[in-house]
Structures are given as structure tokens and as C-alpha cells.
Design a protein around this ligand. Structure first.
Ligand SMILES: [Zn+2]
Ligand SMILES: [Zn+2]
Length: 148
């Protein structure tokens, strides 16, 4: 088995343009196992192209992922695949923001006009006025019922 350190080394040396044979010689391993390990790493990390330049520049530290919501750098967990957010809070906040941006074409129950409701597929009225009017109308109905 190849150690994590050796794998990192292979990736870094490949990024620097060394051949599998060269790297293998440096690690005291045969070329095919170096090649195999490298391919294995690439399978696990499909975005290696983005990571390699940073590794070369940043002395072996892989890029710190940035939170998609707050933009803060955060520690990527050793296990658990791709993480886009620094915290559950940010993930939820981002999700809510996305939902708020979804436009829903609605028809106002009060005036019958079409309107766009952002992030709310259950919005019933185009405006506060129509909402108020509908409440008044509902109250009026109740009154009629009570009287009748
Ligand atoms: Zn965040
Ligand atoms: Zn309306």
C-alpha cells in the first residue's frame, strides 16, 4: 500500500512535470505502482487540475475550500467527499436564498391578475391590498352567513 504522504508526493512531482519512472525511482517503487496510485488519486479527486497548481505554489497544501455562502475558508473534513459550505448554518442559508430566487407565476385570487411570486409557490395575492380586500370579502361573507 502506498502511504498518503507518498501519494501526495507523486501528485506534486507529476505537477512539476516528472515522469512516473523518475518518481518511482525517488520513492523506491516501480513505475507501474506509481502510475496506479496516481490514477487512483485522480479518480478520487476529479478536480485535481484545479488543485495541482495550488499545491505547487502553496508547498503541498491543497486548496482550502471556500464556503459557497459566506466565502470563508474552512477545513475540509478528511472523509465525506465534497463539501461546499463551512457549516450547516451556511448550507441552510444558501438553500433558503436559492429558494427565494425562484420565480413562480401565480394568479391573484382577488383581482385575477398574473404576478410573479419569488420563492413562494403558495402566494395567493398580488399585493397587500388584494390580501386585505380578500379578508374583507371573507368577513363580509361570514356576516351574511351569520345574518342569514
Ligand atoms: Zn459559511
Ligand atoms: Zn391582486
Amino acid at each position: 500500500m502506498m502511504s498518503e504522504q507518498e501519494k501526495q508526493y507523486i501528485v506534486k512531482q507529476r505537477a512539476l512535470g516528472k515522469s512516473f519512472v523518475q518518481i518511482g525511482r525517488e520513492l523506491g517503487r516501480c513505475e507501474s505502482s506509481v502510475r496506479y496510485a496516481f490514477r487512483h488519486i485522480m479518480d478520487k479527486e476529479p478536480k485535481m487540475d484545479e488543485i495541482i497548481p495550488a499545491m505547487v505554489l502553496g508547498a503541498g497544501t491543497p486548496t482550502t475550500p471556500k464556503c459557497k455562502y459566506c466565502g470563508r475558508d474552512f477545513e475540509k473534513p478528511a472523509l465525506g467527499g465534497k463539501q461546499l459550505f463551512c457549516s450547516a448554518h451556511c448550507r441552510n442559508a444558501w438553500g433558503n436564498e436559492q429558494k427565494r430566487r425562484i420565480p413562480y407565476g401565480q394568479v391573484c385570487e382577488q383581482c385575477g391578475r398574473e404576478f410573479i411570486a419569488f420563492g413562494n409557490p403558495h402566494k395567493r395575492f398580488c399585493s397587500r391590498k388584494c390580501f386585505a380586500d380578500s379578508r374583507k370579502a371573507a368577513q363580509a361573507d361570514t356576516c351574511v352567513e351569520v345574518r342569514g
